[in-house]
Design a protein. Structure first.
Length: 369
């Protein structure tokens, strides 16, 4: 096949995919517009959409938008359509990100089904929230790191930071591994691509975002009934000593980071990413149960292909929320979600330590490149 024929085929296939996506988007919008308002859905998206109207970003001091301005830039076009159309398109983008995140192995379609019909996915779609895009961002960042693609890594990091509390430990490890493994030329390119988006976004709306995040209402939801973090859970269990809580928190973070670095190789795998995102959510000042989707998609779904028995236990625990997530259970549901998150963290920790010690060889370098 000559170059001209190949180019025509690529253009034709791209056009077909584009037409299919437009058709799917049309049906998504029609479907979401017909959902009765009495359902109360979407839950979070109306406030987010209002804050994005006509390409603006309005950070309210109490309730409203919280993702950093650089992550919100790709979603600004959704502010030019109706609220329900924006919800439909966000849901479509979320499903695409989740489907693309599933590793292409045997029983690939089973992995897609287990992820797409899971409770965390349903919860994120009903809320109109951004966790699925975080999953897509982390997967893209891993691809960029392992293949040494600065642009892909920058795009992945920008998307992954929709909710910094879900990825801050991952970013720490990623930064160290970048300095350790990447040549200076690629580091500069990555930094340049990232700064080209982050700096203008921060100059535009950075001050408003920082005030919304760390202003007088900072910590408003910390320790609330939906907070699944380690500190909130310990306090609800009656741990009153800040020193004891601090020791437990430092030990947890220390073990997480030690595992990530001690079992390091030249590749950044999905198991490590799941460990670090689960650890980030538990160690963060605040995190809600819907963010379980991030370590679930990154670690549990790939585990289905190699250790299905262990993965199925986690799948069952996660999806029991279809039954348990009721208003009358709000008093203890955060305990359950924290326990599931801690179980996912523990399984990923065990998987990493049970693997054979990574060996740094030329072959690893070739794969990472």
């Amino acid at each position: 096949m000559n170059v001209k024929t190949l180019n025509k085929r690529i253009v034709f296939e791209t056009a077909i995919v584009g037409i299919i996506l437009l058709a799917i988007a049309f049906f998504f919008i029609r479907f979401f517009e017909q959902i009765p308002p009495q359902t109360g859905w979407p839950i979070d998206w109306p406030a987010f959409w209002q804050a994005m109207r006509y390409g603006n970003l309005s950070y309210a001091s109490v309730d409203g938008l919280r993702p950093p301005p650089w992550s919100m830039l790709p979603l600004l076009p959704l502010g030019f359509v109706s609220m329900r159309a924006g919800w439909a398109l966000l849901s479509l983008l979320s499903l695409i990100a989740l489907i693309l995140s599933v590793p292409r192995r045997r029983f690939y379609w089973l992995g897609i089904v287990v992820l797409v019909v899971s409770f965390p996915t349903a919860r994120v779609l009903v809320d109109g929230n951004f966790e699925a895009l975080i999953v897509g961002g982390v997967v893209l960042a891993l691809y960029g790191f392992n293949r040494r693609r600065p642009l892909a890594l920058a795009a992945g990091v920008i998307l992954a930071t929709f909710k910094p509390q879900a990825v801050f430990l991952l970013l720490i490890v990623l930064a160290v591994e970048l300095v350790r493994q990447w040549p200076r030329r690629d580091l500069i390119r990555f930094a340049g691509y990232t700064a080209a988006v982050v700096v203008p976004a921060m100059l535009w709306r950075g001050q408003d975002w920082l005030l919304a995040m760390f202003g007088q209402n900072f910590g408003r939801y910390t320790g609330s009934l939906i907070d699944v973090t380690l500190i909130a859970t310990l306090r609800r269990l009656g741990f009153d000593s800040p020193a004891l809580i601090g020791v437990i928190w430092l030990g947890f973070v220390g073990l997480t980071l030690y595992t990530a670095f001690a079992r390091s190789s030249n590749r950044f795998g999905r198991t490590k990413a799941s460990l670090l995102t689960a650890g980030s959510l538990l160690a963060a000042p605040y995190a809600a149960g819907n963010s379980l989707l991030v370590p679930y998609a990154l670690g549990v779904i790939p585990l289905l292909f190699v250790k299905p028995a262990q993965a199925l236990v986690l799948v069952v625990l996660v999806n029991l929320s279809f039954v348990l997530n009721r208003p009358e259970n709000v008093g203890w549901l955060a305990y359950y979600n924290a326990g599931v998150l801690l179980t996912m963290w523990g399984v990923m920790l065990w998987q990493i330590w049970s693997e054979q010690r990574p060996v740094r060889t030329a072959a690893h370098l070739d794969i990472a490149a």
